[in-house]
Structures are given as C-alpha cells and as structure tokens.
Design a protein around this ligand. Structure first.
Ligand code: SF4
Length: 457
C-alpha cells in the first residue's frame, strides 16, 4: 500500500477517534481564525471574483499544456546551469534525490515544507540511505519530533497545543522549555541553527515553476525556505508537474490570492524566486540546483472531467471552511492531503478503489467551492467521484445492492408506494439494527409524516 492509499474503513475509524478526543476538538477550533482572516482579506480586494477567474485561467492554461511548459522550463533552467528531472513515480523521485545526496557525500539534509516530499515518502528513503533529513518549517519540525504526519496543508501541526510543543522541545534540550510562544520560537532557533549551517543539501518544495524563465518560486512565512535554498552547496526543489505557470506575469494573481486565502495575509512573508544555481561573482546560492517534477498519478487527470483539480495552489482555504474537516480534523483523510482538496485529489492519484471512503467525506454543502481562490468546483468533483465509485463497482456490495433496490423500487408507482409504506412502518427499527444503525449514528433523522403528500385531497 502506498502512502496515499487507504483501507475502506480507515476514515470512519480515525474520524470517530478524533471526534471523541477533547484535546483535538479544542485544538482544531483554530481553523476558524484562518477562515475569518480569509474573509476579511478577500473583502479588501476590489473585484475578487475577476481575480479568482484570472487565477483559474492562468492555472488552466498551464494544465492544458503541461508538456510544452515542461520543455520550456527545462530549456530555460538548463541554459542557466540547473538540472531538471521528471519522475513518473514516487520511487523514481526518491531514488533520484537520494542519488544526488549520495553522490555529494551528504550526511545531513535541511528541508523546508513540501507536501510532495510527504506524498513520496522522501524522509524514509533518505533515512534508509543513512542520510539525516531535518524539517526546518516549525510545524513540520514539531511533527518530525513527535513522529506524526501533517494534518493540514498549511498548518501541519494544528492539532498540537503549545504545551505539546513545550514537552517535545524540552526533551530535545534536556531541560524544561516554558510553553510560551517566544520561548518556543527561541528554542526552535537554537535547535535548527546547526542544521542550516551544517547541511550538505537543502531540499525545498516549489509553489510555482515559471516555464518562460526556468524560475522556481517558494512562498513561506518563516524564512527557513530561503536559508535551505541558499546556504547548502546543493539545492533540490521538488514539486508536482502541475505547478508550472507560463510566465512571470502570471504569478501576480496567484500570489495575490495565495496568502489571502491561506492565512488572510495580503502577501506571504517571504516570496523567493530562484533562477539557476549561483553564478560567477555571486556570493549566495548553491553550486548545484536540481528541480524534480513528480507525476505520481497526476497524468491520470489530464484531459478528463477532473482536470481542474490540477489547478489547486494548496492554499488550504477549502479545509478551513469544510464542516467535516472542522470536526474530524485532518488525520482521518490520511497522512498527506486532507479536507476537500484531499478528498478529491487522493482518489484520483491512486485510483478510486484505493481510497473509496474519501469522496463520502463531505456534506456537499459547497463551502469549499465558494472558498477556492482558483474556482475549482470541489463539491461537483466529489459528486462525480461518488458516481464513478458506483459505476466502477468500487463501492461495497452492500451499498451497490441498496442503491439498485432503491432505484428499482422508485422506478415504478407501485414500488414507490410499497417502499414508502414499509419505511413508515419500519423506520424505528431500521435505524436500530445492522447497517441502518451505523448510518444513523451521529444523525438526527426526522420521522416520516403519518400521511403521504399524495393522499392529501
Ligand atoms: S482546492 Fe482550492 S481552496 Fe483547496 S487548497 Fe486547492 S486552491 Fe486552495
């Protein structure tokens, strides 16, 4: 099983545990702050709808010609001395990155936040090769110390409180670290300084890759991404093939919306553009730069009704508004992508039969679609996935049998009358036994009316 695949009952089991965990329920309320900040930030923008449409158009132009943009990016970056590698699978990407590290004799790797490296399981691959990867994004570092996975794409450690973090940092430092934000930040600085100074290789993600110039763009709030990309002698940037944009000018609407949609900031604190390794006469930057584009199932979406999902800019806004995410938190969706974007993307990357519960992890209220800065119709895509589940027979036999019976009964007046009569008689029993009981747990079902509408005359 790959890191993205999951067993059918996993979502339900983990969600149930998280719902019963008062600590998680308290911690997850902080997504409300992200949601309200986004609304304030969007309200400041004149013509936010036009801007969202422009951002959507830019992303779809990129997705519509991925191979052309990849070729242009490669030509531009190689002309400046960089290396480009396109990897079809997670294993191929891990092998390439590990190979570069081994060739350079690397023992210590500094990483900045990258969901693609989570997706391909890069840390485990590096460790297996005897190379120590250290996360330098504060949230990711906390999770690495705890041995946990991200639960939110922009706030990965949102389930951890400052007391949790103080306990982890105290263990590393060997003395108690107070659970105060300034103390915790100072402690993280002390622990990570060595890593920035001594790392042989720096690994970052890339929010965007500009085809016209061969530029990679990283957007961070802590400044760690800039250190990781410039202090070590080798920089490897890893991203999905869909993160290309045609030209530098196309970044404007995307950057304007990215920070506002994720955290409510007008602009994320650090926007770092890298075009090639260090050139002669320059003081900063790596001697060697590699950009690794990962496919890992993304080509499955090209030219299909799901292609728009590749427009995602990983802002996290859909998670913050989703009523399912806001109660179940992120772990139920799996170790990498969560919330509505994860519920759509993961089944498409791994095949719907390998993550069949995710399209059902939604109330279909449409809040995700309304919040998405690049106008991805997330709840429509979730509905399409549910339809595909049934058509591809990936749904359980019970679900398929129930839907077939329902469809047969309601295709005929007699069947409709008989089934509604039986439902009125058996409604109390149906939600107390078997699958009906599981389905009704957590739901308050209204009782069916005593008189049918058709009998009103
Ligand atoms: S689907 Fe839209 S709202 Fe969700 S993370 Fe992607 S860009 Fe943001």
């Amino acid at each position: 099983m790959t890191r993205l695949e999951q067993a059918p009952g996993r979502f339900r089991d983990v969600a149930r545990a998280k719902l019963a965990d008062a600590h998680v329920q308290r911690a997850i309320t902080s997504v409300e702050r992200l949601r309200s900040h986004r609304l304030e930030a969007w309200a400041e923008l004149p013509g936010v709808e036009e801007l969202r449409q422009r951002a959507h158009d830019v992303r779809m132009a990129a997705v519509g010609d991925i191979d052309g943009h990849l070729a242009r990016f490669t030509e531009a970056l190689e002309a400046r001395g960089g290396h480009v590698k396109v990897c079809a699978t997670a294993a191929e990407a891990c092998a390439y990155v590990t190979g570069v590290c081994e060739r350079r004799g690397a023992k210590l790797v500094a990483k900045s936040k990258s969901m693609v490296t989570e997706e391909i399981g890069l840390n485990a691959a590096l460790e297996a090769a005897g190379i120590e990867p250290v996360e330098t994004d504060l949230g990711e570092y906390i999770l690495q110390l705890a041995g946990d996975h991200p639960v939110h794409i922009i706030a990965p450690a949102i389930e951890k409180t400052k007391e949790d973090v103080a306990a982890l940092f105290s263990k590393v430092e060997g003395h108690p670290v107070p659970a105060e934000l300034e103390e915790l930040t100072a402690s993280a600085r002390r622990q990570l300084r060595r890593v920035f100074l001594e790392a042989d290789v720096g690994i970052t993600g890339a929010n965007f890759a500009v085809a016209e110039t061969g530029t990679i763009v990283t957007v961070t709030n802590e400044g760690n991404g800039r250190l990781v990309a410039s202090a070590p002698k080798v920089h490897i940037a890893i991203t999905g093939i869909e993160r290309l944009v045609p030209a530098l000018t196309d970044l404007a609407p995307l950057l304007e919306l990215l920070g506002r949609s994720g955290t409510g900031q007008r602009l994320t604190s650090y926007t770092h553009l890298v075009t090639g390794p260090r050139r002669e006469g320059e003081e900063d930057g790596p001697e060697e730069l590699h950009v690794v584009f990962v496919e890992n199932g993304r080509r499955n979406l090209l030219g299909t009704k799901y292609e728009e999902m590749l427009a995602c800019i990983r802002c996290g806004a859909c998670l913050n508004v989703c009523p399912v995410f806001r109660k179940t938190a992120g772990a139920a969706y799996g170790p990498v992508y969560s919330g509505p974007m994860g519920a759509v993307l993961v089944p498409l990357l791994v095949g719907i039969g390998n993550a069949p519960a995710l399209p059902h992890a939604s109330s279909l209220c449409g809040a995700c679609t309304e919040a998405c800065p690049v106008k991805i119709p997330l709840h429509d895509l979730l509905l399409e996935l549910r339809r595909d589940l049934v058509e591809q027979h990936a749904a359980s036999w019970r679900e398929r049998a129930a839907l077939t019976l329902w469809s047969l009964a309601w295709s005929r007046p007699l069947g409709y009358r008989a089934s509604t009569f039986a439902a009125r008689l058996g409604q109390g029993l149906a939600v107390r036994v078997g699958p009906g009981r599981a389905w009704a747990s957590g739901r308050a079902l209204p009782r069916l009316a005593r008189r049918r509408f058709r009998s009103w005359r």
